[in-house]
Design a protein around this ligand. Structure first.
Ligand SMILES: O=c1ccn([C@@H]2O[C@H](COP(=O)(O)O)[C@@H](O)[C@H]2O)c(=O)[nH]1
Length: 229
């Protein structure tokens, strides 16, 4: 569940309706920048698995330091941009491995490939003359080579990535839109049932639930859709 709120009150008002067995929680840039690490610790202490979605992208030492800081907050998953490159990803993996050796429980390390809001034209403007599928494949292969646990991609790339990279490499997919929902700023979208059939490991869903007048009903509808796929 993507918690894109900007106050502690709105966040906890929403989370009060949830239990850890219903879903995991994702804290992104808006909530983290508004409320700081305290909100992460609060949700971890309530027993939720927390995905800290800050998409770190910097020089190797700085990025690895941020990943280690996230691990110390007790998060379940953290991510970096694959476009930060091999040295950056390898440094993150090495520093997490040192932490693990020291007895600290470390989060899953996930690489962001091509944002789900982007299409071929967006890539072209960045000087990349390839479609999203090809670019996602290239970045996911690099992330796997560097020892990451998986990638963020769209569910549209899931089938291809499972064939290319195997079952154990995790696929985390935002851009999930039930039939009734609007696309908003997302581009490469799939319904929950389609995404599960395509082999995704974790779906990220925000506004279709958080902006609904009855969020719990929508969550239950999505769970029923997945169960009956
Ligand atoms: O490629 C990406 C990477 C991250 N996100 C994040 O996922 C959620 C999606 O929220 P919706 O409201 O369901 O669109 C949001 O927090 C993004 O920052 C992404 O959408 N695409």
């Amino acid at each position: 569940m993507a918690l894109d709120f900007n106050t502690r009150e709105a966040t906890l008002g929403f989370v009060d309706k949830l239990k850890p067995e219903m879903c995991r929680l994702k804290i992104g840039k808006e909530l983290f920048t508004s409320c700081g690490p305290g909100i992460v610790e609060e949700l971890v202490s309530r027993g939720f698995d927390v995905f800290l979605d800050l998409k770190f992208h910097d020089i190797p030492n700085t990025t690895a330091g941020a990943v280690v800081a996230a691990a110390k907050l007790g998060v379940w998953m953290v991510n970096v941009h694959v476009s930060g490159g091999r040295k950056m990803m390898r440094e993150c993996v090495a520093r997490l491995s040192e932490l693990k050796t020291a007895g600290v429980e470390v989060p899953l390390l996930i690489g962001v490939t091509v944002l789900t809001s982007m299409d071929r034209h967006d890539l072209e403007e960045l000087g990349l003359d390839v479609g999203p599928q090809e670019q996602v494949k290239r970045l996911a292969q690099l992330a796997k080579e560097c020892g990451l646990d998986g990638v963020v991609c769209s569910a549209q790339e899931a089938q291809m990535l499972k064939v290319e990279l195997g079952d154990g490499f995790l696929l985390v997919t935002p851009g999930i839109r039930p039939e009734f929902a609007t696309k908003d700023d997302q581009n490469r979208v799939m319904t929950p049932a389609e995404a599960v059939s395509s082999g995704v490991d974790y779906m990220v869903i925000g506004r279709p639930i958080t902006k609904a007048s009855e969020p719990l009903k929508v969550l239950q509808m999505i769970q029923a859709e997945i169960a009956g796929k």
